[in-house]
Design a protein around this ligand. Structure first.
Ligand code: GDP
Length: 328
């Protein structure tokens, strides 16, 4: 690397956005020298101070549910209500179905905030897991925190096989859904109620709509059977219309109440510990799997075992032998 670490750190601390973008690219790079440089820079920035003052907010939901439109509107309120704060937004780019390249795409997806000097928007590739966070996301968030972004938002479709889940990265997770007929109970998938802190119904341009009320009633009923990980928290259901700027105050106060609840009950640290464990586990599993599949004996043996006329039980035995060979 042709750059000097301490000069680079100075640039970052001076708020040099180009240097910040480049550092993120180094964190995400496949090249070892890039990653090592980024890690060295991060170590240099690190103060070992507790990051109590950092809030990580996640937005998850299917493509098209209205994540970027809501972020665009919600961020304007956030900036107006917190005139001293800076905001960093990471969008995990499901590259395959977004047009015009990531950066242009995000400029047009969040037109009112993308050029605001207090906002840093960064689209990151989802590296295989369609729209999901990846193993670098936690590092990128930490980097943003170290250069002074205390409010970090992350947008992810939240599906896909990935080492890390958005639920293992954020302090507050918003699950976005549309109130559609028949969607009520089907929409409540196990993973959703187990991880969401607040459920947001999007595109409710008419807040008195009867169908919305009915769908929300069904959700409320189904959610009442579920116990949130932080005792005493009833997951709020919030109706919003980003287009008409409705329900955003309620969303904002639900987020504040959740932060308070976590703080008072000592739940924030417990969650972060659980998340760290989940991330370590995810990273270790992924690294092991990669090693397994890259092992020269593995591909050959699997091909041989699958072609042979072995009985099911003999095949199981062969697989155990193969794993033993890999371990040795
Ligand atoms: P994402 O893929 O989840 O980020 O969804 P987008 O934010 O790109 O929104 C998908 C579509 O829904 C776009 O055409 C938006 O204009 C539209 N949309 C988003 N929010 C609203 C809303 O509050 N009301 C209405 N009527 N349309 C909305």
């Amino acid at each position: 690397m042709q750059y000097n670490v301490s000069d680079w750190i100075t640039r970052l601390l001076e708020g040099d956005r180009a240097a910040l973008s480049k550092t993120i690219s180094y964190v995400e790079s496949q090249r070892r020298d890039h990653r090592e440089f980024a890690l060295e820079v991060m170590q240099g920035l690190s103060t070992n101070a507790p990051d109590e003052d950092c809030h990580r907010l996640g937005f998850t939901g299917s493509p098209g549910v209205g994540k970027s439109t809501l972020i665009n509107a919600f961020a304007q309120d956030f900036l107006a209500n917190n005139p001293q704060s800076k905001l960093a937004i990471l969008t995990i780019d499901p590259s395959s179905h977004r047009h015009g390249g990531s950066i242009l795409g995000d400029k047009s997806r969040m037109p009112d905030i993308a050029t605001n000097p207090r906002v840093f928007v960064r689209p990151s590739p989802s590296s295989g897991a369609l729209g999901g966070v990846n193993r670098n996301t936690a590092l990128v968030m930490q980097l943003l925190y170290l250069v002074g972004y205390k409010e970090l938002w992350i947008e992810s479709v939240g599906v896909g096989q990935s080492e890390v889940s958005i639920a293992d990265l954020v302090d507050t997770l918003l699950y976005l859904t549309q109130a559609e007929a028949g969607d009520g109970l089907q929409g409540i998938k196990r993973g959703v109620v187990e991880t969401a802190d607040i459920v947001v119904f999007t595109k409710i341009d008419d807040q008195d709509d009867g169908l919305t009320r009915e769908v929300m009633r069904q959700w409320k009923q189904a959610m009442s059977l579920h116990q949130h990980e932080s005792a005493g928290w009833d997951i709020p259901l919030v109706r919003t219309s980003a287009n008409n700027h409705l329900g955003l105050d309620r969303l904002s106060s639900s987020v504040s109440q959740f932060i308070q609840h976590q703080f008072k009950g000592g739940f924030k640290e417990a969650r972060r510990n659980r998340q760290r464990k989940a991330r370590i586990r995810g990273l270790a599993e992924a690294a092991l799997l990669r090693q397994f599949w890259e092992h020269p004996a593995v591909a050959k043996s699997i091909e041989a075992i699958s072609r042979s006329t072995l009985s099911e039980e003999a095949m199981h035995k062969e697989v155990l032998t193969l794993i033993q060979q890999f371990k040795d």
